[in-house]
Design a protein around this ligand. Sequence first.
Ligand code: PMP
Length: 295
Amino acid sequence: MSQMKIYLDGAWVSKDKAKLSVFDHGVLYGDGVFEGIRAYHGHVFRLKEHLQRLKRSADQISLKMPLSVAELDRLVNLTLKKNNLRDGYIRLLLTRGVGDLGLDPRKCAHPSVVIIADKLALFPAECYEKGLSVIIAKTVRNLPQAINPTIKSMNYLNNILAKIEANRAAVPEALMLNNEGYVAECTGDNVFLIKGKSIVTPPVSAGALEGITRAAVMKMVKAAGVYSITEKLFKPSALFQCDEIFFTGTAAEIIPVTRIDNRRVGSGRAGAVTKRLIEDFKAVVRREAALIGAK
Ligand code: PMP
């Protein structure tokens, strides 16, 4: 296999050479932002949306993007090409850059840009058939007034604490509640409930990331016109009073959830509506790749 080539501040370097300074505030403080992006059939899915979100995240931490969105678009595509990947996962990092041991971001003159393209580790295929078993974490999602979950920041400790709870319970994901007890999202995915002809997901203000997959699913469902889809606050009790639950994320795509805290969700099996959405989403991805064309 040929060596992986990672973009690092203006050059493509091999995996063993792709290193950030220990004085980078991304390393010292988790001071930076990132994106997880997907390529299908030689086309980067919703790249503009990802780069716009990166820009919004950077703005929220007063980090000036060292490259334009157009330039980042070109570099993401070039990184895929250099790694001969038509299907893969892209990790784009924007760190505060090298400073001193103090917190002050003004000491960091040059943000670092890293782009990694690799194959992706998904949930095992059987999870898409059987559905996930998950828990509700005791760790509360970050308060929007403290660290806004709309910032896709390099500090994921809040999510990692919930992930550790999931690990202890031997399940692959955990739902997180906000400080008012409303369901916010998962450690790395957004959440949706289906009841009858209505689909709901928590509003971003509940403490969720504005997921690109979430937005794609909302648009797709609205366009089909069969189910209503709305943003609404709900408490954990709603999780056990609905027909189906699914999670969305760039890596997970759409995945059914069939058990929460060892209690059955709906029938306890992956629901028909979720399965249909999984197929519809694949069709959207194929159509966009065919329409826009591989670069
Ligand atoms: N919430 C969190 C906390 C995430 O980290 C992610 C993605 N990694 C998502 C939701 C899903 O967002 P997207 O569909 O843009 O991948």
